[in-house]
Design a protein around this ligand. Structure first.
Ligand SMILES: [Zn+2]
Length: 296
């Protein structure tokens, strides 16, 4: 039977996302919160240097350095690329990891609430999603490119044999919000509780169907040939993460007074709307479809 013996809770992959950094400190001071009888749980502060600099990263985004090929490439050696290799030694190695489950804690400036992001598919993830949603109905379940093999995923959580991302917002960069911390703590506790139930073969009856959102694509802000922005996210969309966008709905308000409308055939659901961390690549939002996670 599948057993999860080693769990790692990772905070501070991004140095200016404060909730995870402070939550793992809290867990270090009060380890009873992460203690369960059926597994070991450790806490990891992934990128202290970026936090001390009060930045998302120093040289490159740590949460984009975990493709198996990149971890093996000695030419990738800036600070975050080197940190990724150290973390791979400590928690991995990816593909044969000593960590059975990696829980990676993040914040978003977008109005996304408490979001459990799954980057792989399978029965463990489906049961986990159903359990978390049952215990915490306000939680959002997100399936992020879970058709891509783990080795080709660049996210830190794919280092573990299993891995999930807890993404909570809205929280400005370098700020701590009590409500956001509370959501992150509660979702993390439900994940740990589920692992205990899973290991002891005592998972309760779960809903057969759980609503989730599946990532489709990301769209960029309109820019001119010099790369200057021509507009901003439309006020009808701002803060409306997970609200449906239908064909003909406004997406962007242009500085010249114009509006860009959504022209896709299918209704989509936006996430990471106006996320501050994506300023450098002009990403405006991700678009998702609504899906159902089915249990047998
Ligand atoms: Zn992050």
């Amino acid at each position: 039977m599948d057993q999860i013996k080693q769990v790692a809770i990772v905070g501070g992959v991004h140095g200016n996302e404060f909730s995870g950094i402070y939550l793992i400190r809290h867990y270090q001071q009060q380890p009873q919160w992460i203690t369960r009888s059926s597994f070991q749980c450790q806490t990891i502060w992934a990128n202290p240097e970026a936090h001390h600099a009060n930045k998302r990263y120093l040289h490159s985004d740590l949460n984009r350095q975990f493709k198996t090929a990149d971890l093996a490439n000695p030419n990738l050696s800036n600070y975050e690329q080197s940190r990724a290799k150290v973390l791979n030694q400590q928690l991995g190695p990816k593909g044969n990891a000593k960590t059975d489950l990696l829980i990676d804690l993040h914040n978003t400036t977008s109005n996304m609430g408490a979001c459990l992001i799954l980057t792989q598919a399978g029965p463990f993830y489906n049961q986990l999603a159903a359990y978390v949603k049952m215990q915490m109905p306000e939680a959002i379940i997100s399936r992020d490119e879970d058709h891509i093999a783990a080795q080709d995923h660049a996210l830190m959580c794919t280092l573990g044999r299993y891995g999930v991302l807890v993404e909570v917002g809205p929280q400005p960069q370098s700020v701590l919000r009590h409500d956001v911390m509370d959501l992150m703590h509660r979702m993390t506790q439900h994940i740990l509780d589920f692992v205990q139930l899973y290991n002891t073969n005592t998972v309760p009856n779960l809903p057969k169907q759980t609503e989730a959102f599946r990532y489709l694509t990301s769209i960029k802000l309109p820019v001119n040939e010099q790369g200057e922005r021509l507009g901003m996210v439309h006020k009808n969309v701002q803060d409306k993460d997970y609200h449906p966008i239908h064909r003909g709905d406004p997406l962007f308000s242009l500085f010249d007074g114009g509006v860009i409308y959504y022209e896709g055939e299918n209704t989509v659901y936006p996430t990471f709307i106006n996320e501050a961390a994506y300023y450098d690549n002009n990403l405006a939002m991700s678009l998702n479809e609504k899906v159902i996670i089915e249990l047998p």
